[in-house]
Ligand binder design. Structure first.
Ligand SMILES: Nc1ncnc2c1ncn2[C@@H]1O[C@H](COP(=O)(O)OP(=O)(O)OP(=O)(O)O)[C@@H](O)[C@H]1O
Ligand SMILES: [Mg+2]
Length: 352
């Protein structure tokens, strides 16, 4: 993660995923917030351990960076089992999947990330494995082909998806436990930041944590990333301590504003307000105005701007809300669209 434009993206590249390992909670008791999911998972896992059988298959859904991979690893750690990891796009042929399934040890956790991207034949193979712990391996071709059933050790499938709407009905039905992860409140992210700072050996004050937390878009991954950047700044330009002042100064250098918007997010709002008097304006026109592809504006900027109550999508086009005018320090003209829920309460609740 070198490009400052990506500093508040919820996605991670491989280098960042490596950097995340050190601060990743290993046990359920270290997993911050998400109390409902935690309680339910705790019951599920305890119950299974009492019965001495693997728990139901678990589906974890939610936006990137909220803790799905973390929870999958925690499930295996709590059960004291092994974990095998793959992802939907990595399973090209159903034979690859059969090979993994038949090599699982009893009780193993099998984690499939991005499970909504699994190919159809592999998905069908997975059905019988999940339901009956059996896979049918087809031998031969044409009319002479026969399916040989092979037993699979009892296992727990943990599926993760950022797009649960793309899962097929039969797939979803085979999970006995479905958890949806929501965005975190600033207070939760403060706790998370104190924990990460302790692990990384970075002194951070309460005010410093508050400041980083509220710019983190409700996302642990972004909070941890901003902490690493603020630490760099604190070590090079200040006494190594993350205080309110160092956090503010650092995030100014990195162009992350008080609500966690980056340069492109602000460019979109400025264009809407300055060039189109707040809108409504069509997506492609807006994209041209900021020199980006429509896809980038729609997929990278808009979800958070909408969630933050700064931008609205209306049938006639994109509109800057009253809160957006205020955020850029402008006075909205009369009759400006005001997001019904306003920026703050809406900011940390998931879009349904
Ligand atoms: N509840 C939590 N408590 C502490 N740290 C967390 C929590 N949730 C996530 N994190 C941290 O946030 C980072 C991202 O989490 P994780 O990789 O599990 O997200 P994800 O949902 O799998 O994202 P993606 O969809 O991109 O795969 C990790 O470094 C993890 O340590
Ligand atoms: Mg993940």
């Amino acid at each position: 993660m070198t490009d400052s434009e990506d500093l508040v993206s919820a996605y991670a590249d491989d280098a960042e995923r490596d950097a995340e390992v050190s601060v990743r909670p290993k046990r359920l008791s270290d997993f911050i917030a998400q109390h409902r999911v935690r309680d339910q998972l705790d019951l599920l896992l305890q119950g299974a351990m009492r019965r001495g059988a693997p728990p139901d298959h678990i589906l974890l859904s939610g936006p990137p960076g909220l803790g799905k991979t973390t929870l999958a690893n925690i499930v295996a750690a709590e059960l004291g089992t092994g974990i095998r990891v793959t992802s939907g796009p990595a399973i090209e042929r159903s034979g690859d999947l059969a090979a993994i399934l038949t090599s699982l040890a009893p009780g193993d956790v099998f984690f499939i990330d991005e499970i909504h991207r699994i190919a159809k034949p592999a998905e069908e193979l997975l059905y019988s494995a999940m339901e009956d712990f059996r896979v049918d391996v087809v031998v031969g071709k044409g009319p002479g082909a026969t399916a040989i059933p092979i037993e699979v050790e009892p296992f727990t499938l943990v599926g993760a998806t950022t797009r649960s709407g793309l899962l097929t009905g039969p797939m979803r039905d085979r999970f006995g436990f479905v958890a949806h992860l929501d965005f975190y409140s600033p207070a939760d992210l403060e706790i998370l930041l104190h924990r990460s700072a302790r692990i990384l050996g970075v002194p951070i004050t309460d005010e410093g944590a508050v400041e980083v937390a509220r710019r983190s878009r409700g996302t642990p991954r972004i909070a941890n990333r901003l902490l690493r950047r603020v630490r760099d700044f604190a070590e090079v330009r200040a006494e190594g301590v993350v205080t309110l002042e160092t956090a503010q100064a650092a995030l100014k250098v990195y162009d992350v504003d008080a609500l966690g918007l980056d340069r492109l997010d602000r460019a979109v709002l400025s264009a809407l307000i300055d060039s189109f008097r707040g809108g409504p304006v069509g997506l492609s026109t807006l994209a041209v105005a900021v020199g980006e592809q429509p896809d980038t504006v729609e997929e990278v900027c808009e979800p958070f701007l909408v969630r933050a109550g700064l931008l609205a999508r209306t049938p006639r086009g994109r509109v800057a809300t009253e809160a957006a005018w205020h955020h850029l320090g402008r006075t909205p003209p009369n009759g400006t669209f005001s997001s019904s829920s306003g920026p703050t309460p809406d900011l940390f609740t998931a879009e349904s």
